[in-house]
Ligand binder design. Structure first.
Ligand code: FAD
Length: 469
C-alpha cells in the first residue's frame, strides 16, 4: 500500500524530502506557509551568496591597479543589488515550484500545518479554508528564525536582523554587526566590500572552527578594512541625534567601548520555529534549541520525524536536505546511507573559510594521535595569478595516513572543501589522494601539497618549514 507522508515546511529540508519521497513512490503532502525554498532560498544562502558575488567584484575593482587595470568611479546601487537578488530568488523559487509540480504524487498545500496526532494534521489554508489530512507519517521541517538577545535597544527600528538587511535597498554608510558566527562574519565582509564602513563586535570568532583558522581570520578581517572588536558583548543600544550608539563590554577585562553606526545587524544565532505545530498538545519533547530527535531523526512520538534547523542540530541547508533524504529513504524502504559526522562548513567571507572533519582541539580532547601538515596558498601559482595569496590548507591525519580533518582559509576554500569531504566521508588515505593526478595550475594543488605533507612528501614546502607532530 502506498505510504502517505506529510511534510511541514518546504525549505531545503522539506522540499528535498518531498522529492526523494515521491521518487520512492510515497504519496506526499508538502505544507508551506510562505515561499518554497524556506530560509535558504528566500533569506539565507542564496541572497547572501548573490551579494557575495557583488562583494567580490567590488573588491577586484578596488584592487584593479594591481592587475594593471584602472577603474575610476566604480559605484554600486543598493536598488540594483536588491533587484538582482530578488530576480535570482524568484527564478529559483519558480524552478522548485515547477519541479514539485512535475511529480504527480506531491501535493503542495499553501498554509500553516498543525499536528493533531501522529496520523492526523490540519492545514489552515491561505484562502481561509481548513484541510484535514490523514497520513502514515509526519516530517517536521519548519526551520529556524533569528534570535534577538535580551539587550536594551533591540526594539529600535534600525536594529535589524538578517532578513531585514537583505530587504533593504540602501547600503548602510556605517553598519555595526553584532556576532562573530558565520552569518555575522559573512555580512561584515560582504558589506565592507560593498562600501559600508563596518564595525564587528564578536564574543568569539567562528567558535566551532579549528583554532588556527579562527585566529587567522582576525587579522584578515582587519586587513580587509573591518573595525573588529573580539571577546566582547554588546550590552546596550541607544539612539542619539539620529545615530545608533552601541555599548559593548569585554568578557575578560573590566573595560567598555562605544561604537556608532546607522544600522545594527544582530547576528546572534537562530532558534527553532515550532510554535504553531501544537507540540505540547501531542507531547513531542523539545527544548529552546529545537525538537529532540533520536539518531534517525524520529521525535519522542514514534512515526513523527524532525529534520533540519528545527531539530536544533547543525544549521546548514545541505545537512537539512541530507536528513530529509535519509528519513524518506528510511520510511520508504530504501537503505539510506549518509555520513552525518563529516559535512562541509563554508564561510563566504572575502578570505573564504571551509572545513570538514575533526579539528585539532577535538583530536587532542579525544586523545587521538595525529599529524599536522600545512601548505600555504602563497606558493601556489594560481593563487598569485588570481591575486589572493592569503591563507593555507591544514590537514590532520592519523598514523595510518587516514585523513581526519581538513581546514582551509583562502581563495575558493568553499570549492576546495568538496574533495576533502569526499576523502573523509569515504575513509580515504593520503596515498589514495596522492594517486590521483590533480590539474595544474589550480588551487587544488595546495590541498594535495598539504595532504602530501602528512607523509613529509610535499614538493613545494622546504624541509625546514615542514611542521609535523
Ligand atoms: P527553513 O529553510 O527555515 O525552512 C522552513 C520552512 O518551513 C519555511 O519556508 C517556513 O515558512 C515553513 N514553516 C514553518 N512553520 C510552518 C508551519 N507551521 N506550516 C507550514 N510551513 C511552515 N546554510 C548553508 O548551508 N549555506 C549557506 O551559505 C547559508 N547561508 C545562510 C545565510 C543566512 C543569512 C542565514 C540566515 C542562513 C544561512 N544558512 C546557510 C542556513 C540555512 O538557510 C538553513 O540551515 C536552512 O534553510 C535550513 O533548512 P530547513 O529546511 O530546516 O528550514
Amino acid at each position: 500500500m502506498t505510504k502517505r507522508i506529510a511534510i511541514i515546511g518546504a525549505g531545503p529540508g522539506g522540499y528535498v524530502a518531498a522529492i526523494r519521497g515521491a521518487q520512492l513512490g510515497g504519496e506526499i503532502f508538502l505544507i508551506e506557509k510562505n515561499e518554497v525554498g524556506g530560509t535558504c532560498l528566500n533569506s539565507g544562502c542564496i541572497p547572501t551568496k548573490t551579494y557575495f558575488q557583488n562583494a567580490k567584484i567590488m573588491n577586484y575593482a578596488k584592487h584593479s591597479e594591481e592587475f594593471g587595470i584602472s577603474m575610476e568611479n566604480v559605484s554600486i546601487s543598493g536598488e540594483k543589488l536588491l533587484e538582482r537578488k530578488n530576480g535570482i530568488v524568484k527564478n529559483l523559487v519558480g524552478g522548485i515550484e515547477q519541479l514539485l509540480k512535475s511529480y504527480p504524487n506531491i501535493e503542495l498545500l499553501r498554509g500553516t500545518g498543525k499536528i493533531i496526532d501522529k496520523n492526523n494534521l490540519v492545514v489552515e489554508l491561505k484562502d481561509g479554508e481548513k484541510r484535514e489530512i490523514e497520513v502514515d507519517n509526519i516530517v517536521i521541517a519548519t526551520g529556524s528564525k533569528p534570535l534577538m538577545p535580551d539587550v536594551l535597544g533591540m526594539d529600535l527600528d534600525e536594529v535589524i536582523d538578517s532578513d531585514a538587511l537583505l530587504e533593504m535597498d540602501v547600503i548602510p554608510e556605517k553598519l555595526i554587526v553584532v556576532g562573530g558566527g558565520v552569518v555575522g562574519l559573512e555580512f561584515a565582509s560582504i558589506y565592507q566590500a560593498l562600501g559600508s564602513q563596518v564595525v564587528l563586535l564578536s564574543s568569539r570568532i567562528l567558535k566551532d572552527a579549528d583554532k588556527e583558522i579562527s585566529k587567522r581570520m582576525i587579522p584578515l578581517l582587519k586587513k580587509q578594512g573591518i573595525e573588529l572588536y573580539n571577546d566582547i558583548r554588546a550590552t546596550k543600544i541607544v539612539k542619539e541625534d539620529g545615530v545608533l550608539k552601541v555599548t559593548a563590554a569585554y568578557k575578560n577585562k573590566d573595560e567598555e567601548i562605544e561604537v556608532t553606526g546607522d544600522y545594527v545587524l544582530i547576528a546572534g544565532g537562530r532558534g527553532p520555529v515550532f510554535q504553531a505545530l501544537g507540540l505540547d498538545e501531542i507531547g513531542i519533547e523539545y527544548s529552546n534549541r529545537g525538537i529532540s530527535v533520536r539518531e534517525n531523526f524520529e521525535t519522542s512520538i514514534s512515526g513523527i520525524y524532525a529534520i533540519g534547523d528545527v531539530n536544533g542540530g547543525v544549521q546548514l541547508a545541505h545537512v537539512a536536505s541530507a536528513q530529509g533524504e535519509f528519513v524518506m529513504e528510511h520510511l520508504l524502504g530504501d537503505a539510506g546511507n549518509k555520513d552525518f559526522e563529516n559535512y562541509p562548513n563554508c564561510v563566504f567571507t572575502l578570505d573564504e573559510v571551509a572545513y570538514v572533519g575533526r579539528t585539532e582541539e577535538e583530536l587532542k580532547e579525544a586523545g587521538v594521535e595525529y599529524k599536522v601538515s600545512k601548505a600555504n596558498f602563497a606558493s601556489n601559482g594560481k593563487s598569485l595569478a588570481v591575486g589572493n595569496i592569503n591563507g593555507f590548507v591544514k590537514v590532520l591525519g592519523d598514523e595510518d595516513g587516514k585523513v581526519l580533518g581538513v581546514h582551509i582559509i583562502g581563495p575558493e576554500a568553499n570549492l576546495l572543501i568538496a574533495e576533502a569531504t569526499l576523502a573523509i566521508a569515504n575513509n580515504l588515505k593520503v596515498e589514495d589522494i596522492l594517486k590521483t593526478i590533480h590539474a595544474h595550475p589550480t588551487l587544488a594543488e595546495t590541498f594535495t601539497e598539504a595532504v602530501a605533507g602528512i607523509y613529509d612528501q610535499a614538493i613545494h614546502v622546504a624541509p625546514s618549514r615542514r611542521r609535523k607532530k
